[in-house]
Design a protein around this ligand. Structure first.
Ligand SMILES: [Cu+2]
Length: 153
């Protein structure tokens, strides 16, 4: 009986250990912007990535079934003109939360199959170097006009 309990404890700790490492990355508040016109072929998704692990991790790829491609873009205000730059990977330090938010970064969808309406689902598969694939379900909703915050500071 004692041996049984001991074995059970080992199995349990192994299971919990695996579960912990698979859940080091947490995606918070994923939201997609609604399309402005019915002809829109591009879209944007915003979310925060939290790394609860002890090691840094890197976001190395994103895919979605609603568009031909999804990639991480950095937006920069250069003399009043918004410029976008593609990021091949994004470092998420241990214990850090990285915000992909308007005015800073966005996940750009190109080749949208249908325009995005409020309430639609945008499934994303995000690939991390250490944590592997993380599935995300972003809902299309009104984006707070956070981009305008840059005018107040
Ligand atoms: Cu972009």
């Amino acid at each position: 009986m004692k041996i049984f309990v001991f074995c059970f404890a080992i199995v349990l700790s192994v299971l919990l250990g695996q579960r912990a490492s698979a859940q080091d990355i947490m995606i918070i508040n994923p939201i997609a912007a609604p399309s402005l016109t019915s002809a829109s072929k591009t879209g944007a998704v915003y979310l925060s990535i939290m790394n609860m692990g002890k090691d840094s991790d890197q976001l190395i790829g994103i895919s979605t079934s609603v568009a031909e491609s999804a990639m991480l873009h950095k937006s920069e205000d250069k003399d009043g003109v918004m410029k976008m730059e593609m990021l091949d990977q994004l470092d998420i330090p241990a214990g850090a939360t990285i915000d992909i938010m308007p005015g800073q970064m966005h996940i750009m969808l190109t080749g949208l199959k249908t325009p995005l309406k409020i309430g639609d689902h945008v499934p994303l598969e995000m690939t991390f170097k250490k944590s592997g694939k993380v599935s995300v379900d972003a809902i299309v909703g009104k984006i707070d006009d956070m981009a305008n915050m840059k005018h107040t500071n």
